[in-house]
Design a binder for this molecule. Structure first.
Ligand SMILES: [Zn+2]
Length: 412
């Protein structure tokens, strides 16, 4: 077999081990992983000496504002370029578009828009009080989303025990926006009626971490997600950032933030995602600024800085942003660099720095709450299924992403 690309000498990071390798890619997949000393021939050979090689990141929580009325905020085409520049090669997108993605017709429209994505993608299908037949019919999607608190585009969240009981009994993976008391209520219903996994998005409060830790200890099939902004910003930053630091859930106290880090350390929190939620500056400057901040491009640089600061290991970063997202949602070929897996790869220079600035953000609105931050570590090159989609110092590519396929996860 002729290899399309040989990546020579990078240090491959996996949750289990870190070792220098030479990797052969063909037809968008990893076909060989050898010791770095071994030589391989290919159509193209690239030297990665001194660089780290990670599986492409999977961001489980992204808002692309299509289809429909919010597309001016950011599209699959625009936001996927920000993702690629940040080492994210797969995203799962949220259904709170206008119109809401809770029907076959809107899903078809979302798929049409998503074909312009640079990176691979999958969908959270939206659950409402009266679309259970459509939810059941969307069982080939990674997950269905429950909105149980108000947020952008959601003014009447689901709040009906009887409806939730029927949804939980479907046995599909469910993701849920459920804060505080609402989370306690949902965990109670899930313990009683749930037959599938429950993935709790953007956990932000110490009491939520405690509730999820207790649920896991009881053997409940639950997973928890934390966002980069809740891990790295607090209510002090919210005061400084004004509308640019406002999202749902809002930024919390330093004690809540410490609880998130404790949850990462003891495995209560399973994934780190961004809740990437683009809004234009003029919307943020308006009398009624919408909640939400972008995050796709800054996810990996911010986590690399946490590694440099000794707060996370590289193995944890790979586990939290690639291995576990793929396992939880059953994303075929994703989340690992292994023979047969999709060739989604990120080369990182741990000795270079990333200066995060509004001006260098590819997200359509062109701003970030982390403007001015310097991170140790820089994304050098990103491959999505073997295709170079980003190279440091150059514009990201365009298009070519495709929808993930799902092999339904069984409880291990
Ligand atoms: Zn969200």
């Amino acid at each position: 077999m002729t290899l399309d690309l040989v990546l020579r000498g990078g240090t491959l990071v996996s949750p289990q081990a870190t070792r220098p390798v030479t990797i052969g890619l063909a037809a968008g997949r990893v076909v060989l992983i050898l010791d770095a000393a071994e030589s391989l021939a290919g159509r193209e050979v690239r030297d990665l000496d001194g660089l780290l090689l990670l599986p492409g990141l999977i961001d489980c929580h992204v808002h692309c504002r299509e289809p429909g009325g919010h597309a001016h905020k950011g599209t699959y085409a625009s936001e996927s370029r920000a993702a690629a520049a940040g080492g994210v090669t797969t995203m799962l997108t949220m259904p709170n578009t206008v119109p809401f993605c809770g029907s076959a017709a809107v899903l078809a429209a979302a798929r049409e828009c998503a074909q312009r994505s640079l990176i691979d993608y999958g969908f959270h299908f939206g659950v409402t009080a009266d679309n259970l037949a459509e939810v059941a019919a969307a069982a080939d999607l990674p997950v269905a989303k429950l909105y149980l608190n108000e947020t952008t585009g959601i003014t009447s969240p689901l709040a009906d025990d009887a409806v939730l009981r029927r949804v939980l009994a479907l046995g599909l993976p469910l993701s849920a926006h459920a804060e505080g008391d609402t989370l306690d209520w949902l965990l109670g219903l899930h313990a009683r009626w749930g037959t599938g996994p429950l993935y709790v998005v953007h956990v932000a409060l110490a009491r939520e971490v405690a509730a999820l830790r207790a649920a896991k200890a009881r053997g409940q099939w639950v997973y928890a997600e934390a966002t980069t902004h809740h891990l790295l910003l607090t209510d002090q930053d919210a005061a400084r950032l004004g509308p640019y630091g406002d999202m749902r859930p809002t930024l919390k106290t330093a004690a809540d933030q410490a609880a998130l880090w404790a949850g990462l350390a003891d495995g209560t929190i399973d994934t780190i995602a961004t809740d990437h939620a683009p809004h234009l500056r003029e919307e943020k400057e308006s009398g009624s600024p919408p909640p939400g901040v972008p995050g796709l491009q800054t996810l990996l640089p911010l986590l690399l800085e946490q590694v440099a600061a000794g707060r996370l290991t590289l193995a944890q970063v790979v586990r939290l942003t690639a291995a576990q997202p793929a396992a939880i949602f059953g994303l075929c070929g994703k989340g690992a660099v292994a023979v047969g897996s999709d060739a989604d790869l990120v080369a990182v220079d741990p000795t270079a720095a990333t200066v995060i600035e509004h001006a260098t953000q590819y997200t359509w609105p062109g701003w970030t709450p982390f403007d001015g931050w310097t991170c140790r570590g820089r994304v050098e090159a990103v491959w999505r299924r073997g295709e170079l989609v980003y190279e440091a110092g150059q514009e990201p590519g365009t298009g070519g992403g495709r929808e993930v396929t799902v092999a339904r996860a069984h409880r291990s």
